[in-house]
Every structure is written in structure tokens, then in C-alpha cells.
Design a protein around this ligand. Structure first.
Ligand code: GRF
Length: 203
């Protein structure tokens, strides 16, 4: 995507701390963009409640209410089209996107994952990291392609693993870095970027 991006849609399923970090950064003028939609696939998600309180356009499409993945995604993509969203920001969105969705928004979907990809993709990345015995882990903001946690890397941040770490303590320290990494990534992407092979080139 050449040229700048200004309209963001955030998709979430849970507590929404990354969404809030992004919202705060937008408010502070650190990300030159506007959040035009916050979409949850879970009715009770704390993140969507917070979006409502903040007066942002909030939408819930609980996937259990739809007969198929395709029907659910059509509802989500309907809002993306109506709001003119230019970048789809996955912030703890616990639902795999179909290849139809990914190709409709090729290189315009971004995700954050709590490990240094390509290490430890998928669920429970912090538990995987501790089980492997790595000395550093971290987080990765990446563009989304058809492979789970597999697209081109936008920003990474390193977090040291310490002696007594549990999955919870490591996750908490990684989460602090996630908030900063997502803001940095969106600031860069909103300034314009293109994708060359596996590389994201800014500007
Ligand atoms: C984060 O750890 C993120 O890396 C992962 O899901 C979690 C979402 O947390 N994809 P939150 O809802 O943003 O607080």
C-alpha cells in the first residue's frame, strides 16, 4: 500500500489492552489516523465495552450467531466497507481469518503476536517460549497472510526471560512492550509502506 493510511478498524475478542494503547496514542496524536470501527466477535469482550464508553463506533458480531465462517466474515467486512477502513488492526482477535478475507485486504491486515516470530506461532506463545528455555522472547507486529502468524514483520521488541518467570509474569512484561510496539508499527504504517517479498518498506 503506497501512500498514507488514515482510517483504522480494530478487531478484538477480549480485554482490549492493545486497542486502548492504540486509542490513547491516536488521541495523543502519535498515530496520524482515526479509529473508524471497533469490532468484536464476542458479546462480553471488555474491549468492546470500553470502545462504547469512549464513544467509538463499536460493533459486535458474535460468531456463534452466524451459520458459517463466511457469513460471519461478510458481516465484519460489511462494516469495514461502510466505514472505509484502510487498515484492519487485529488486537487479540481470536479468530482465524479465511483466505477470502485475507486476499480482500491483502497487506492491509496487521496483527500482534507475543513472541519473536517465526519462533512460537499459535496459541500460548509465552508457555511455548518457557518450555523451550529461550533467554529472550518478545513480541512481533506483522502483516497477515494465509499462514498463521506468518506474514511480513513490521516491528519486533525483545523481552528478557528471567529465572523465575511463569507464563503469566513473562506475558505481563511482553504486554507492556506490545503496547509500544503496536503504536510504533501503526505510526510507521500510517506514513505509507509497500511490501517487497517478505520485507515491509516504509515511506
Ligand atoms: C496479546 O497478548 C496479543 O499479543 C495476542 O492477544 C493478546 C491480546 O491482549 N494476540 P489484549 O486484548 O490486547 O489485552
Amino acid at each position: 500500500m503506497e501512500g498514507g493510511i488514515g482510517l483504522l478498524a480494530v478487531l478484538l475478542s477480549g480485554r482490549g489492552s492493545n486497542f486502548l494503547a492504540i486509542h490513547d496514542a491516536v488521541e495523543r496524536g502519535e498515530i496520524p489516523a482515526r479509529i473508524v470501527a471497533v469490532i468484536s466477535n464476542r458479546k462480553g469482550a471488555a474491549g468492546i465495552e470500553r470502545a462504547r464508553q469512549l464513544g467509538l463506533p463499536a460493533f459486535v458480531f458474535d460468531h456463534d450467531d452466524y451459520p458459517s465462517r463466511q457469513a460471519h466474515e461478510e458481516a465484519v467486512m460489511g462494516v469495514l466497507a461502510e466505514t472505509g477502513a484502510e487498515l484492519v488492526v487485529l488486537a487479540g482477535y481470536m479468530r482465524r481469518l479465511s483466505s477470502t478475507f485475507v486476499s480482500r485486504y491483502r497487506h492491509r491486515i496487521v496483527n500482534i503476536h507475543p513472541s519473536l516470530l517465526p519462533a512460537f506461532p499459535g496459541l500460548d506463545a509465552q508457555t511455548q517460549a518457557l518450555a523451550y528455555g529461550v533467554r529472550v522472547s518478545g513480541c512481533t507486529v506483522h502483516l497477515v497472510d494465509e499462514e498463521v502468524d506468518g506474514g511480513p514483520v513490521v516491528v519486533q521488541r525483545v523481552v528478557e526471560v528471567v529465572e523465575d518467570d511463569t507464563a503469566e509474569t513473562l506475558a505481563a512484561r511482553i504486554l507492556e512492550e506490545e503496547h509500544q510496539a503496536y503504536v510504533e508499527a501503526l505510526r510507521k504504517l500510517c506514513g505509507g509502506y509497500r511490501v517487497e517479498g517478505r520485507k515491509v518498506v516504509f515511506g
